[in-house]
Design a protein around this ligand. Structure first.
Ligand code: SF4
Ligand code: SF4
Length: 380
């Protein structure tokens, strides 16, 4: 297991309109975080000794290159547990960072409120990739602080501070169905600020409601985003709309979208603040989806049972887009429809839209022989 996510807290200093978190005062004890990291180290050591024996028989130089290990800190708002994160980063640097053949890096997605210069310098020193959740022009309508205060002004200041330290900062936008008309202008705002990578996803769950009309307006916005994406990638320009780029790159590499799914703990593991293992954030706290714990190890039988229930939705089996679509994501399906084997109309329409727009943009940029785009998409 090379990707570990530690849920540092369920608490948050924001109260976003689509949030599905329980906002409880639950924090991961550092001893538990250390144990999870230690378990990861033990697995890497076994992997490494297996690799050593096969190296002796294969002599494959590829096998000796450094393997990347990723530890992410998740919330709620993870920076509410900043001291614990700093402790665990130092711990993981010692326990895993020093292992020959492995390099460890860290990831945190934050709402930005608690960012300061000292944390940014800690992040820089320790190769922590910071992503900022920001809903652009809809921030003040959707992403309110606890108590209902707007957050745009302060988060914009934090964004500038973040960009000075990390010019490659990624923005994570969530699209609330009641505020779909500002998506393209929001992306333009980020571009103007100097951001060069934006990820966006439609909000889902019981707190939001999509209608055909709202999705139609969202699609119009995404058409505009595609035009901006093409324009900003001309010449020496560089701007990534991550959902488009994922579709394009996976197509070029002939990578089936299902291969990027978590496969219930096979590719990554999420550790809740109480030490229980889950395949991803959506399933946290749902007993039927707990796949072991730091104390008891991974429950392989449970993973196999869950994986056997992750069947392809009936309506997708004859669809031409099935290898490029995320319709087998158990988390998204369960979150949208309550069933791992049923895809929602929203997800289906969003996938069709993203694939079409990504393909149109890619065709235009390849026709123009756009060198930066081609290099980015084809580089290994
Ligand atoms: S910042 Fe994240 S965890 Fe906090 S309220 Fe917003 S969506 Fe929920
Ligand atoms: S586009 Fe829709 S029908 Fe096709 S595979 Fe995706 S979810 Fe299924």
């Amino acid at each position: 297991m090379r990707r570990l996510t530690l849920v540092m807290t369920h608490q948050c200093n924001f109260d976003c309109k689509y949030c599905l978190q329980k906002h409880e005062d639950v924090f991961m004890p550092v001893e538990l975080g250390e144990k999870a990291i230690e378990r990861m180290r033990q697995e890497l050591l076994s992997e490494s000794s297996r690799k050593d024996s096969s190296d002796r028989s294969s002599d494959d130089p590829e096998e000796t290159s450094s393997t990347k290990v990723q530890i992410s800190f998740y919330g709620g708002e993870p920076l509410l547990a900043r001291d614990r994160i700093e402790h665990l980063v130092k711990y993981a640097n010692e326990r895993i960072g020093g292992m020959p053949g492995y390099s460890v890096r860290y990831e945190i997605t934050t709402n930005g409120l608690l960012l300061d210069e000292s944390f940014l310098s800690f992040a820089k020193k320790n190769r922590i990739l910071l992503a900022l959740s920001h809903d652009g022009l809809a921030q003040d309508q959707v992403r309110l602080a606890r108590g209902g205060k707007p957050t745009r002004e302060i988060v914009d200041q934090k964004l500038e501070m973040l960009l000075r330290a990390f010019p490659e900062t990624i923005i994570m936008m969530t699209i609330h169905p009641d505020y779909v008309d500002q998506v393209a202008d929001s992306i333009a705002f980020f571009h103007e600020k100097g951001i060069r990578s934006v990820s966006l996803v439609p909000a889902h769950g019981e707190r939001v409601s999509w209608t055909e009309e709202k999705f139609r307006r969202f699609s119009q916005q995404m058409e505009k985003v595609k035009v901006l994406y093409e324009r900003w990638n001309q010449g020496d320009g560089y701007f990534r709309v991550i959902p488009f780029e994922n579709k394009i790159r996976n197509y070029i590499r002939q990578k089936d979208a299902d291969s990027a799914m978590c496969h219930f703990g096979c590719h990554k593991l999420m550790v809740d603040a109480d030490g229980k293992y889950y395949p991803c954030s959506h399933f946290i706290g749902r007993d039927g989806f707990c796949i072991g714990s730091v104390e008891d190890d991974v429950d392989e039988a449970k993973i196999r049972t869950l994986e056997s229930r992750r069947v392809e939705p009936e309506i997708c089996r004859a669809c031409d887009l099935r290898f490029r679509c995320r319709h087998t994501c158990a988390c998204a399906n369960h979150g949208h429809t309550g069933s791992m084997a049923e895809v929602s109309a929203l997800q289906c329409e969003y996938e069709k839209l993203t694939i079409r727009l990504a393909d149109e943009a890619a065709a235009a940029m390849i026709r123009e022989e756009n060198p930066r785009f081609v290099e980015r998409m084809y580089k290994p």
